[in-house]
Write a protein that binds this ligand. Structure first.
Ligand code: NAP
Length: 297
C-alpha cells in the first residue's frame, strides 16, 4: 500500500517544490500527501488538487501531534524563525520531533545544513545540529538532508553588487557549490517516496564549487558588467551590511556565512542531488543566464 507522506512548511518555496515533485514527478496520489501550514488557506491550490491540508504550528506541540496522525513518512522543513538569543527555532524543531514520536511516525526526514557541528561559524548552525541530535535520540529511522546554499540566495547579494560594480566579502578563497532550490526539492521528494527505512544523511550541493572571485567572473561573463570582488575583514563587512540598513543580528548572520565559506566548511561537492532525483543538476551558469534580467536590471 502507498505510504502517507507529510510535508511541513508546505506554503514555503521549498515545501511547494517538494509537493509538486511528489505529485508531478513521482505521481504520488494526492490523497496520500498531507501538507501542513499555520494557515491552511495558504494551501487552497493544493487542496483543490486533492492534497490533504492540515493546520500545524511548530510553537504548539498538540497541533503538531494532531497533524502528524496517520502519516508514515514526515518531512520537517526547518522554519525560518531564526532567533540567535533564545533558540526558538531549535525548540520548534524539537517539538516537531517529539510530536512525530507520539504520533508513531515510521520515518522522519529533515532539512539541515552542511557541517552543522558546534565548531561551525554559522551563527544558527546549532538549530540544525541540535535538531539532528533530537532526531537521532528519538529512535525513529531518519533521512537528514544537509542542504547547501540555494542559487536563489544570490538574489540577496548580486543585484546590489552588480549595480555598484563591487562585491564586498570576507569569504577569501573559500569555495561553495550553490544548488538550485528546485533540484534540492526533487532530491528530497525522492527521499520521501523511497521505501527505505535505513537512516541516512545526505549533503545536497550544486554540481561545482566556486570561489567568490570565480562567481564574479561568471557573473561578468553572463551580464557583460564588470564586478570586482573586494575582500574585507568580518568586522568591516558587518559594519558595511549594517550601514546598508540590515538589522544587526541579520548582518552578523550574513557575515557568518562568509566566515563559513572562508573556513572551507561548505566547499564540498556531492552527487546526492543527481543520485536521489535521477536528473541533472542546474549549473550556476544556467541559473545566472536564466535570471540575468532580474540580477542585473
Ligand atoms: N539552504 C539555503 O540556502 C536556505 C535558504 C533560505 C532558507 N533556508 C531554510 O530552508 C527553509 C525552507 O526554505 P523556504 O525558501 O521554503 O522558506 P519559506 O518560503 O520562508 O517557508 C518557510 C516555511 O516555514 C513555515 N513555518 C515558519 N514558522 C512556522 C511555524 N511556527 N509553524 C509552522 N510552520 C512554520 C512556513 O509555513 P506557514 O507560514 O504557512 O505556517 C513556511 O511554509 C527555511 O525555512 C530555512 O530554514 C535554507
Amino acid at each position: 500500500m502507498t505510504q502517507t507522506l507529510l510535508v511541513t512548511g508546505a506554503s514555503g518555496q521549498l515545501g511547494r517544490g517538494v509537493i509538486n515533485h511528489l505529485l508531478d514527478t513521482f505521481k504520488v496520489p494526492a490523497g496520500r500527501i498531507i501538507a501542513t501550514t499555520r494557515n491552511p488557506e495558504n494551501l487552497a491550490e493544493l487542496a483543490a488538487r486533492g492534497v490533504i491540508t492540515r493546520a500545524a504550528d511548530f510553537d504548539d506541540t498538540l497541533s503538531l501531534e494532531a497533524a502528524f496522525k496517520g502519516a508514515d513518512r514526515v518531512l520537517i522543513i526547518s522554519t525560518g524563525e531564526i532567533d540567535l538569543l533564545h533558540g526558538k527555532r531549535l525548540r520548534q524543531h524539537q517539538n516537531a520531533v517529539a510530536a512525530a514520536k507520539k504520533a508513531g511516525v515510521s520515518h522522519l526526514l529533515y532539512t539541515s545544513m552542511p557541517n552543522p557541528e558546534p565548531v561551525s561559524p554559522v551563527l544558527f548552525a546549532n538549530d540544525h545540529y541540535g535538531t539532528e541530535q533530537a532526531i537521532k535520540a528519538s529512535g525513529i529511522p531518519y533521512t537528514i538532508f544537509r542542504n547547501g546554499w540555494y542559487q536563489e540566495n544570490l538574489f540577496l547579494s548580486l543585484p546590489h553588487a552588480i549595480a555598484s560594480g563591487k562585491w564586498y566579502t570576507s569569504a577569501g578563497d573559500g569555495r561553495m557549490a550553490h544548488g538550485a532550490r528546485d533540484d534540492m526539492a526533487a532530491a528530497i521528494a525522492a527521499g520521501l517516496v523511497a521505501a527505505s527505512s535505513e537512516s541516512e544523511t545526505y549533503t545536497l550541493t550544486g554540481p561545482q564549487a566556486y570561489t567568490t572571485a570565480e562567481i564574479a567572473a561568471l557573473v561578468s561573463e553572463v551580464t557583460g558588467k564588470p564586478l570586482d570582488v573586494v575582500q574585507v575583514p568580518d568586522e568591516a563587512l558587518t559594519e558595511g551590511v549594517k550601514a546598508a540598513g540590515v538589522p544587526e543580528d541579520f548582518a552578523r548572520i550574513i557575515v557568518s556565512f562568509d566566515a563559513n565559506t572562508r573556513s572551507g566548511r561548505i566547499a564540498m561537492v556531492t552527487d546526492a542531488v543527481e543520485t536521489l532525483s535521477g536528473r541533472k543538476s542546474k549549473t550556476l551558469k544556467q541559473f545566472l543566464e536564466a535570471n540575468k534580467a532580474a540580477l542585473a536590471g
